[in-house]
Design a protein around this ligand. Sequence first.
Ligand SMILES: Cc1ncc(COP(=O)(O)O)c(C=O)c1O
Length: 279
Amino acid sequence: MTTTVWVNGSVRDEEAATVPALDHGLMVGDGVFETCAVRRGEAFALSRHLRRLRRSADILGLTCPDESVLRGAVAETLRVAGPLPLGRLRITLTGGAGPLGSERGPAGPGLVVAVAPGTPWPERIAVVSVPWTRNERSAVAGAKTTSYAENVVALARARSQGAHEALLGNTRGELCEGTGSNVVLVLDGRLVTPPLSSGCLAGITRELLLEWAADDGFPISEETVPAEALSRAEDVLLTSSTRDVQHVSTVDGRQLPVTEPGRRAAELFALRSAGDLDP
Ligand SMILES: Cc1ncc(COP(=O)(O)O)c(C=O)c1O
């Protein structure tokens, strides 16, 4: 099965879809993106993803197309991809064709929407911590930019150690997030997640879980967590659009049980997300 790609107005399969060779997104990572889960042929939580895309674009000073254009491109790509029971949809907005340096050119932004079939994640995965840091004071902190080279390196380190995700701290020695996920710990029986001030992405899955857990009467606390707390966490969960709420089996080789608060969080997310495709 192939990836279906919408580029600036036309839908093609992945071999035929192209972007300008000098696109500033390709040249210097000048772009922002969103990844949504596709469930029953629809993009899950699309409204929240479109809002975050616009916030990320604003941080970079990129012009974000109107919501109707984005929704039209998403709908058309999903239509051509056909009814996918499970998939992932990516919306990428780039600086467009530009000069070779960091200054952006006059061309308007480039828009790419891609839909691919998905494969379910294992229920539990191994994670490792890596020595590199997120910069919570970065000019683009909080934006979901296409500059993911740090994540590529960190994830490759995790894979070389037999793990499926790498967890990073920030420059203050606090726990921050994974390469493509937010993290929730069980500490002293309580569910805790690093605050956005740690420099982590404002994950949509994290945001929904925080809201639903509060509704359900077991709030998850947004608290600064020292990076070394990982070594004493009773349970660790990852959240992301493609994994939902996923249990971690080992952290740095230490086996973890599934605790009651962790199980409850994962079950609550599964239940609430099944009932509404655009919460
Ligand atoms: C760096 C990073 N943090 C967190 C997340 C989780 O965000 P979301 O739940 O919106 O997918 C992602 C998602 O890919 C990510 O790339």
